[in-house]
Write a protein that binds this ligand. Structure first.
Ligand code: PEP
Length: 255
């Protein structure tokens, strides 16, 4: 099964409107027709979604829009939150959920990731479900069990038919933003185990079609080691997503 590679840029809490517009313009300019065999998603902060969408729309760019978080209720007295309907209306095709920074700073759990996944699916937005272990879990050789449990809980009671466009991103916490990526073999082992988990829940056909990304200090100098790995279908990119040339060299590596 050949899966279409996917590169997702997580801009985190960076870029004001002018900076976001300029970065989207630069990426859109560099993503010429030669790159169309790789799906690209930009996930700016909520406040930049509209300007990035307008910029990409003006260029008639096939680059897609994603958010970095969502709340699972459709509307109401939830001060500060953004619903899946709102993301849909503004043009999001994807949404990152369960990022380790949200788990660490904002109390996100596997259970709330499950609620968020359902809310997104109901709006036709593809969830990018993040999972990953900390160093203590890795040192204790509990990585695979931890990841299996995160993925299984995030997908609880969601059917294969509902999930058609889900993406799983394996992001070891110790590799995020540190400059020190996992070894490609370590990342491949965990991504392969995620595919096995998906096969156990949804069957081999579903698992073989689902895109699994690696994230954690993926950058121009190391991407060539990850791209050939059979179970790594692309990247979730933080730091290198903020520089158009760096980001596009990651896209190119997955061509
Ligand atoms: C991330 O935050 O999802 C990420 C992968 O960041 P970085 O590329 O900076 O490690």
């Amino acid at each position: 099964m050949t899966r279409r590679p996917l590169i997702v840029g997580n801009w985190k809490m960076n870029m004001n409107v002018a900076q976001a517009t300029a970065l989207a313009q630069d990426i859109s300019y560099e993503y010429d027709r030669d790159f169309e065999d790789v799906d690209v998603v930009l996930c700016p902060p909520f406040t930049d979604l509209r300007s990035v969408r307008v910029t990409l729309g003006f260029d008639k760019s096939p680059i897609m829009l994603g958010a970095q978080n969502v709340y699972w209720q459709p509307s109401g007295a939830f001060t500060g939150e953004i619903s899946a309907e709102m993301l849909k209306e503004i043009g999001c095709n994807y949404c990152i959920i369960g990022h380790s920074e949200r788990r660490e700073h904002f109390g996100e759990t596997d259970e709330t990731v499950n609620l968020k996944a359902r809310a997104l699916i109901a709006q036709g937005i593809a969830p990018i479900i993040c999972c990953g272990e900390n160093l203590a879990t890795r040192d204790a050789k509990q990585t695979i069990g931890h990841i299996t449990s995160q993925v299984t809980t995030a997908l609880l009671n969601i059917s294969a038919a509902e999930l058609k466009d889900v993406v799983i991103a394996y992001e070891p916490i110790w590799a995020i933003g540190t400059g020190l990526a996992a070894l490609p073999e370590q990342a491949e082992d965990v991504c392969a185990s995620i595919r096995e988990t998906l096969a156990d829940i949804y069957g081999a056909t579903f698992a073989s079609k689902t895109r699994i990304l690696y994230g954690g200090s993926m950058k121009p100098s190391n991407v060539a080691q990850f791209a050939p790995m059979p179970n790594i279908d692309g990247g979730l990119i933080g730091t290198a997503a903020l520089v158009a040339g760096d980001f596009m060299s990651l896209v190119k590596a997955f061509l």
